[in-house]
Design a protein around this ligand. Sequence first.
Ligand code: SF4
Length: 302
Amino acid sequence: MSLLTENPAETSIQTITIFPSKAEQKEVFEFNKLEKRLTKQVGQAIADFNMIEDGDKVMVCVSGGKDSYGLLDILLLLRQRAPINFDIIAVNLDQKQPGFPEEVLPNYLRSINVPFHIEEQDTYSIVKRVIPEGKTTCSLCSRLRRGILYRVASELGATKVALGHHKDDILQTLLLNLFYGGRIKGMPPKLVSDNGEHTVIRPLAYCRERDLARYAEEKNFPIIPCNLCGSQENLKRKEMAALLKQWEKHNPRWIANLFTSLSTVVPSHLMDRKLFPFETIRPGAVLEDGAGDKAFDSDDEC
Ligand code: SF4
């Protein structure tokens, strides 16, 4: 860094060089590390699940929360280095919640020169009218939002719809389904929408929420609070988040392994008869690697 100053005594111009302090250097180093980690994880998820292809038009759903800002930012970074060409359009659904600062997102998106579309739909009034006072409104609200976003994706000619769900969301969903739904079901990184028309992708699937929170802080994203609707927070999801935090404190490997287990499923060692033909297995059958049973698994070899 250099500043030009005039020295009146010598009437000449001196160059003063200001070096960043150790603390500043460390801050820059840490931020670069974080950005590298996030872009690597997003790139890996995109590659593993073939999320984005040459010629795609990716509609990035931006709510004004830290995760979707991070998603947009990292996709823009990756696009600069990608060997393929794809377009990005940011879309925000203004649900007409009281106090929604409607200029914040357009101003930000203009400032970073990203094409965007703001869809104004008063789902807030519908939800308030339909759901009795005191009942949770999130499920109707998100169903309405999903329908609108799919329609907008069609109108914009988007080939992919990108959502900002991350690794912690995926793990929480898995536990919610296990403990409250009695099923082993997570939140897929890539899926076809329920109307069969859209491909939905979650490029943040490998990213931790704490990293995205730090990234948002460092990048100074203009966060819009997510409690404008006045709805109660999803208490069951909060409960799962607390459980995961507790487990992680006890042993960080548990969380890493829980996540890995989602991509290492052995149907023959579960009990779903739709996934494995238990009725017809006979001795001598050739089983896929890992599907056979050693019958007496040792304690350390589960
Ligand atoms: S918190 Fe509010 S805006 Fe978000 S899904 Fe629930 S009702 Fe909708």
